[in-house]
Ligand binder design. Structure first.
Ligand code: GDP
Ligand code: MN
Length: 346
């Protein structure tokens, strides 16, 4: 940057993580939020928790994305919450708009059918667009093209535990692709065609199945007593993607890219309500070595109605071991036992 001699990066704490230090020990990573202007207060709430527990120590940049322009009020308020670099960008129109091969009459018919099966958000087109974008487009945003790792942060979530190490450095140094906190079942009505479509894809692309994959976790239908919830062969188990710490090189790789394109053409992001969580999870479970997927047991987290709450003195404000504070049936939604059964603790 200046004419001074280059010093080697130092991976210790102190000034190395100062926000404007061009030689900082920070890895090539960003905190990332897709958010609407109307969610400002909820975004501030998430940000305060993450800044307090983690980012005030490491100063990773924040990138905020939106399909609409951010308002000045939104940007001003956000900037006040961090000393790290903050960027605001709009999602390119061609990444967000409903693709031309989607038939609107067929979409409206599907809405009628799946609403009668209580598929949440089925009639909200923007929700479908958001799921599709999170599945196959976020990592193609021009502002992210030189960035490798991301931590997805949604509005209205909580972080409870002090994180005293650089999680991105940890991911890179341990050769991890993806980190999750919560692992649950999905509403099978929302993904009926997802596994059949996945099987079609796999029939033509066996070469991309990872030798040490997590397909048993994806296909399991034994552990759960009420296995009527299985969706045409898919367990519906998925990493809850409102929290993700990931390596975008995986999404950018040929296997996931071809898989996403196949799903996108099949239309299920609109005719059904395929979420980015099951799509990411199936992609990882099939194409990635399962040992590269990590449960961040130490990151206390809540997105209503589920928690990841470790029993640790570093955590404040959540009840150790609590999985949900919602209705009784939600206690059966935890799919972590299956993950550990088939894949281990990672
Ligand atoms: P839920 O967690 O599945 O109930 O869905 P959310 O409403 O939390 O949406 C998931 C994420 O996408 C959040 O970060 C939202 O802020 C964001 N999001 C959803 N729909 C839109 C949209 O139409 N525009 C923008 N900019 N963000 C959206
Ligand atoms: Mn949410």
């Amino acid at each position: 940057i200046t004419g001074e001699p280059e010093e080697p990066l130092q991976r210790v704490d102190g000034d190395n993580y100062a926000p404007d230090n061009p030689k900082s020990a920070r890895r090539n990573a960003t905190l990332l939020s897709l958010v609407r202007n109307s969610e400002l207060e909820d975004m501030l709430m998430s940000m305060r928790d993450l800044e307090r527990t983690f980012n005030s120590k490491f100063n990773y940049p924040w990138l905020f994305l939106n399909d609409k322009p951010f308002t000045q009020d939104f940007m001003d308020a956000i900037r006040k919450e961090t000393k790290a670099e903050v960027r605001f960008e709009q999602v390119p129109k061609e990444h967000w708009e409903v693709p031309p091969w989607i038939n609107n009459d067929l979409y409206l018919e599907s809405v009628q059918l799946l609403l009668s099966q209580n598929v949440q958000y089925m009639s909200k087109v923007s929700y479908h667009q958001m799921c599709r974008w999170n599945s196959g487009f976020f990592y193609k945003h021009p502002a992210l093209l030189n960035t490798r790792y991301y931590w997805r942060v949604e509005p209205h979530v909580h972080f409870f535990c002090d994180i005293d190490y650089d999680v991105f450095a940890w991911m890179e140094d341990h050769n991890k692709t993806y980190g999750f906190t919560v692992n649950i079942y999905d509403s099978p009505e929302s993904v009926q065609g997802l596994w059949p479509e996945t099987q079609k894809f796999m029939a033509e692309h066996k070469e991309w199945l990872a030798p040490n994959n997590a397909i048993k976790w994806l296909q399991d239908n034994e552990v759960r007593p009420d296995n009527h919830r299985v969706a045409n062969g898919y367990s519906t188990c998925h990493f809850w993607s409102n929290f993700e710490i990931g390596d975008m090189d995986f999404w950018r790789g040929p296997a996931y890219e071809a898989y996403f394109n196949h799903l996108d053409r099949a239309g299920g992001f609109f005719y059904e309500r395929w979420g980015d969580a099951p799509v990411h999870s199936i992609g990882l479970g099939l194409f990635e070595d399962a040992s590269k997927i990590h449960w961040f047991r130490d990151i206390g987290y809540q997105h209503i109605p589920f928690f990841n709450c470790p029993n640790s003195p570093k955590c404040k404000g959540c009840q150790p071991g609590r999985f949900t504070d919602g209705e009784q049936w939600l206690h059966r939604e935890d799919c972590r036992p299956n993950w550990f059964k088939y894949v281990g603790q990672g």
